[in-house]
Design a protein around this ligand. Structure first.
Ligand code: 59J
Length: 574
């Protein structure tokens, strides 16, 4: 019994144990097959997700240069320091060191990180030098990483600020040409796969999945030296005349290129703080004003085109007043009976009005429309204003008359400069370009060449003794241009003490290369005439521009005008 009973029991036990082992094996085998075969992808993905990450690689933003390749906006590599708050908190005692290195307020840093403990990614400091970033990483703290980024730097600062605009901290164009050409400049970010450790630190750059493509270089039409000169002279005039603001534009009349465009007030685009629109606006393109007398040359164009007037045709402006219904048009003096050229030289409102009323109803509108008023110049500049120009056939007589001396329409300084470049190029209208243009630019004839030449001759008399614009003269060169002193429109009328001083002109008059417009908004220091406030800026900047371009002096081609020019040397002070 003692022999047999145990045997029976142990056999039974053996069966149970064997069965259990087999069952366990089957279960394990099934589990193994299940994990390795059926759930492989899911599990592998889950595992990899802990350690492998895909990250963008920032693309280098293209440089912006002036027409000669001088840098105006450059992207330099910088690092941004970021943390994973939870992991970074395990090294809490080391935080003061980090704060000191990064020049951060420790308490602010603590608050910032601890308040975001459930986040994966918090910036500590952006855009520091790679050398400083390396010092931070040398502390070897958990949960802290670097991200390569680019910082935009503007070497010419406030001098080119309005044209170039700026990017935000993420390197995206926000204003100006940085915004207009963002696609061209920004490039395409790449992607990389990185291996991270349990603490979230990047331990290895595994592979570049996609190379970042750098943005392209943008070569502008601006000439940096000319830009500096225009900036300096405009700023000086705005300060001296205690003006509210001002703009200046220089165009190459053969290509339509913007060689210089400056405004006051300006701002430093490198000093990223709060940018005020009153300082960042590119007024030369975004702001409109009534051009006043600067429009008169186009009134005279319409007069000559009609065949009803020649430069010598007489107009009676006496007694310096002209009544139209209940309105009265004034000249500053009684010029009596004068010819069309003298209407321009003296800037007679009465003369311009009488000329306009003697023309077909839509004549003025046609010329103003053809030289580009009332529509965008097509420059592509963000926020460009188109100005206002209404068809004249619905206008009353008084409205057609005021149009003749520049009220009832509005223009930007850029539009005005472009219209003057039509006078400079013998009647050809060309598109405006902020980018460098190579080779000749085709344009469209909008005024007959012989008429333009006649008007240019008259505009030369404006800067001669007896004209309103003598201070626009440039020693050695012939200048054609027009002054304007504009009362600003206010609600229900025109202000008696707020003016815009304007000068628009071209040089050298015999074979014009450049057109330039200067506007000074609300000079508040006594003098406010265009001829006194804006013309001197034109003279100095244009003189420098002609020298920079190596344009040959043309004054000897016109002996009759020489004496006058030397009577008041350019750049000299009265
Ligand atoms: C003027 C005007 C306002 C609008 C007149 C400026 C009109 C007018 C209603 C008196 C100052 C002033 C539609 S002035 O630009 O005639 O070139 O330096 O603002 O006439 O009717 O105390 N230009 N300016 N007129 N309005 N409305 C002259 C002229 C001009 C000068 C000076 C003298 C005006 C020499 C202007 C210039 O040509």
């Amino acid at each position: 019994m003692s022999d047999k009973a145990p045997t029976t029991v142990s056999r039974f036990r053996l069966k149970v144990v064997t069965g259990a082992v087999v069952l366990a094996s089957v279960i394990l085998l099934w589990r193994a097959v299940d994990l390795h075969v059926f759930r492989k992808d899911f599990l592998q993905d889950q595992g990899d997700a802990r350690y492998l990450r895909e990250q963008p690689i920032a693309a280098h933003r293209g440089m912006i240069t002036d027409r000669n390749g001088e840098p105006l906006a450059i992207s330099t590599p910088v690092d941004s320091v970021w943390v994973q708050p939870k992991t970074f908190s395990t090294a809490y005692s080391e935080w003061p060191k980090v704060a000191r290195l990064l020049d951060l307020d420790l308490q602010k840093m603590q608050r910032k990180v601890l308040q975001r403990k459930d986040r994966e990614f918090v910036y500590l400091k952006r855009h520091i030098t790679p050398a400083l970033a390396q010092k931070v990483m040398d502390l070897k703290l958990p949960g802290i990483s670097l991200q390569r980024e680019y910082h935009r730097y503007y070497p010419a600062g406030e001098v080119t600020a309005h044209v170039i605009g700026f990017t935000n901290v993420d390197d995206k164009g926000q204003e100006g040409l940085e915004l207009a050409y963002d696609n061209w400049l920004r490039g395409v970010p790449g992607r990389q796969r990185v291996l991270k450790d349990r603490l979230g630190r990047v331990v290895r750059h595994l592979e570049q999945l996609k190379k970042p493509e750098s943005g392209k270089i943008l070569q502008l039409s601006l000439d940096r030296r000319l830009q500096y000169l225009a900036y300096r002279e405009l700023k000086r005039a705005v300060l001296r005349h205690k003006a509210r603001s001002g703009s200046a534009v220089v165009l190459d009349v053969q290509t339509g290129e913007v060689l210089a465009m400056v405004n006051q007030p300006s701002y430093n685009p490198n000093d990223r703080g709060q940018f005020k629109s009153s300082h960042t606006r590119n007024r030369a393109v975004t702001d409109v004003f009534e051009p006043g007398s600067a429009i008169k040359p186009f009134t005279v164009v319409a007069a000559l085109q009609s065949g009803r007037f020649r430069p010598g045709s007489m107009v009676d402006t006496a007694p310096g007043r002209f009544r139209l219904g209940r309105a009265v048009i004034h000249d500053v003096r009684n010029y009596g009976r004068i010819n069309v050229a003298t209407v321009l030289q003296k800037s007679s409102n009465v003369g311009a009005s009488k000329i306009a009323l003697a023309l077909p109803v839509d004549a003025l509108w046609k010329v103003n429309d053809r030289v580009g008023f009332g529509m965008s110049t097509g420059s592509g500049f963000p926020g460009e204003a188109g100005g206002l120009l209404s068809r004249s056939h619905r206008l009353r007589e008084i409205e057609r008359a005021t149009l003749a001396y520049g009220y009832g329409l509005s223009v930007t300084p850029l539009q005005l400069a472009r219209a003057y470049s039509v006078l400079a190029s013998d009647g050809i209208l060309r598109p405006v370009s902020f980018l460098r243009v190579s080779g000749p630019v085709a344009g469209r004839r909008v005024i007959r060449a012989d008429i333009v030449k006649q008007v240019r001759r008259m505009l030369e008399m404006v800067v001669q003794p007896g004209g309103t614009g003598t201070r626009a003269q440039i020693a050695g060169y012939r200048v054609a241009g027009k002054t304007g002193t504009v009362k600003k429109a206010t609600t229900g009328g025109y202000s008696e003490d707020r003016y815009i001083a304007v000068f628009a002109g071209i040089a050298p008059a015999s074979q014009p290369r450049l057109a330039m417009v200067v506007t000074i908004n609300e000079p508040r220091n006594g003098v406010y005439y265009g001829g006194e406030v804006a013309a001197p800026v034109f003279s100095r900047v244009m003189a420098g521009a002609l020298r920079m371009l190596g344009v040959a002096p043309d004054e000897s081609d016109n002996p009759g005008l020489q004496l006058a020019a030397f009577a008041r040397p350019a750049g000299g002070r009265p």
